[in-house]
Structure formats: C-alpha cells, structure tokens
Ligand binder design. Structure first.
Ligand SMILES: Nc1ncnc2c1ncn2[C@@H]1O[C@H](COP(=O)(O)OP(=O)(O)OP(=O)(O)O)[C@@H](O)[C@H]1O
Ligand SMILES: [Mg+2]
Length: 142
C-alpha cells in the first residue's frame, strides 16, 4: 500500500492533485473521499471528472445519492452517502451492481460502504492544517 500527503493551498492545486490521481485509475476503481463538510470532496471530484472526459457541470449528489456520467472509458458513478444510515439501504439501491458496471465509482462519506468494496481503492482524506490549507492524504489499495 502506497501512501502520500499533499498540501493544497487553493483550487488550482486541488486541480493538479486531481490530474495526478486521474492517471492511477483503472477499470472498476473506487475512490473513497473522506473529510468534514466543506472539506472539498465535491470540488476535487469536479476536477477529476473533467480530466476523465466529463463535459459540463458536476454537481453534488447529496440529495440524489448518485449521479452517473458516461465517458469514453465507461460509466462514472459519483455517490454521496451522507444521507444513508446503513449498508442494507445501500444494497437495496443496487450498490454492488453499480460498482460492477462502473469504470470508476467515487464515494463521498464512504463509511457504510466499506465492507462491500472489493475493488482497487484509492482512499483520499482531506483535512485542514494550522494554516487553513487542505491536506490530502492518499492511500492506494489493490
Ligand atoms: N482547494 C480549495 N481551495 C479553496 N476553496 C476550496 C477548495 N476546495 C473546495 N473549496 C471550496 O470549499 C467549499 C466546499 O467544497 P465542497 O462542496 O467540494 O466540499 P465537500 O467536501 O464536498 O462538502 P460536503 O461534505 O458538504 O459534500 C466550496 O465553496 C469550494 O469552492
Ligand atoms: Mg460534497
């Protein structure tokens, strides 16, 4: 397992991190995004999806749970599980099928999904440091 830490002082630097992460993605990869409300999970996702060929606006799936995009490589599913409370709800939504058919699945607030994920996973946690900059902690698991 590889681990790295990168500081982002602004959206431009978050965009650069997203570009680097975009190169690590393979078929059926899952990206778990952790961090408090407003940490910048959706912002990171927006830049990542632009590098993966999504045209147009990427908005938060907080109310819809999932938003899907179709690109050359396949389907990208962007999920926000903040409003779900347990794994059963997730299974009923067809979570496992969604992982299986998606080229990439990005999950904000992934805690309830962890046991169901057997895929290559890139785990990203965004925290604030003392200078109020965002710190990205990135772990890869195959
Ligand atoms: N690297 C950054 N530099 C400056 N501002 C940022 C950065 N990343 C995100 N922001 C700003 O922080 C705010 C919240 O970002 P975002 O919606 O991406 O957070 P989130 O982690 O997805 O929150 P939630 O848990 O509510 O889904 C937005 O206004 C966004 O523009
Ligand atoms: Mg969000």
């Amino acid at each position: 397992m590889e681990e790295r830490t990168i500081v982002s002082k602004n959206e431009r630097q978050t965009k650069k991190i997203a570009k680097n992460i975009s190169k690590l993605i393979e078929e059926n990869t899952v990206i778990c995004l952790r961090g408090d409300l407003g940490a910048g999970k959706t912002t990171f996702t927006k830049y990542l999806l632009s590098y993966l060929g999504v045209k147009g606006i990427v908005s938060s799936p907080t109310f819809t749970i999932v938003k899907q995009y179709s690109v050359k490589s396949g389907i990208i599913s962007h999920m926000d599980l903040y409003r779900l409370t347990n794994e059963e709800e997730l299974v009923e939504l067809g979570f496992e099928e969604m992982l299986a058919v998606s080229f990439l699945t990005i999950i904000e607030w992934p805690d309830i999904a962890i046991e169901l994920i057997k895929n290559k996973t890139i785990d990203i946690t965004i925290n604030f440091n003392d200078d109020h900059n965002r710190v990205f902690n990135i772990k890869e698991k195959n």
